[in-house]
Design a protein around this ligand. Structure first.
Ligand code: ACM
Length: 262
């Protein structure tokens, strides 16, 4: 299985141009699955709910979803992509899973970060895994990293690979994801964006450093903070299915949930 990410700088409020950029960057990519950043087509730092609502799309009539499906079909790969989703009067910070036959799954971010709480509705979709070419894929979005329950829930459902579209502005996530991988014995792809957004609410700088991490917490690839790049690595899914930490410790069997008050 060849998996990777596209780290880039989306242009705020320009979904058509961002889609074109993604199409150009990924045409001909030799991969089975590629992860894009959070909110990869709209940009991130919305002024208010009205602005978000205007830029968000309903998946059933979305030029972005149509374009990404065409891209998957033409290149025979799958995508996990951050997307501003409008649905029945609500707006969600969503990750789409799309393949050659179209949209397979929407995950709506459970743990909204900072000002996102003012304009997004909190996610209402369960954490679940999807099988793609024999690999069990779990999806989480950016700030979900700070709640280890998200990665753990996906791992307990059998996720081999966590796909993690992100728009990170703090410095902690990349290191924390090494632990999420180690404690669950899973692979993870954090696809972060680069660049700055100067908007009515202020300026945000995104930290890049997208990464692919292996089930022993090893960094298999990491980008610079500012570069735009498509990065792909081979993963051996059997390594994620070995939950033995020592010959006497199994990461899942040795849990003591009867003592955890959560
Ligand atoms: C974040 O959740 N975008 C930090």
């Amino acid at each position: 299985m060849r998996v990777g990410y596209y780290q880039f700088q989306p242009e705020f409020g320009a979904p058509g141009r961002n889609l074109e950029k993604v199409e150009n960057a990924l045409a001909g990519a030799d991969a089975d699955l590629i992860v894009l950043p959070e909110l990869a087509f709209t940009g991130y730092f919305f002024e208010d709910r009205e602005e978000l609502n205007e830029l968000a799309e309903d998946v059933s009539a979305s030029r972005t979803v149509q374009g990404l499906t065409r891209l998957c079909k033409n290149n025979d790969f799958y995508l996990v992509a951050g997307f501003a989703e409008r649905c029945r009067g609500r707006v969600y910070n969503t990750a789409l899973v799309i393949g050659p036959s179209g949209l397979l799954h929407c995950y709506r971010k459970l743990h909204l970060f900072n000002t996102e709480k003012e304009y997004f509705d909190p996610g209402d979709t369960p954490l679940k895994t999807i099988a793609i070419r024999g690999v069990h894929v779990g999806v989480m979005i950016c700030f979900d990293w700070v709640f280890p329950e998200a990665a753990r829930s996906l791992a307990l459902q059998g996720a081999d690979l966590l796909c993690h579209p992100s728009n990170l502005v703090l410095a902690y996530c990349q290191k924390a994801m090494l632990t999420r991988c180690l404690e669950n014995s899973v692979y993870a792809i954090t696809a972060n964006r680069t660049g700055k957004e100067t908007r009515p609410r202020g300026e945000l700088s995104f930290t890049g450093q997208s990464q692919i991490v292996g089930p022993k917490g090893e960094t298999m690839a990491i980008s610079d903070s500012g570069e735009e790049a498509v990065v792909v690595r081979d993963i051996d899914v059997s390594a994620a299915r070995k939950k033995l930490f020592t010959e006497n410790n199994d990461l899942f069997v040795d849990r003591r949930p009867e003592f955890y008050d959560i």
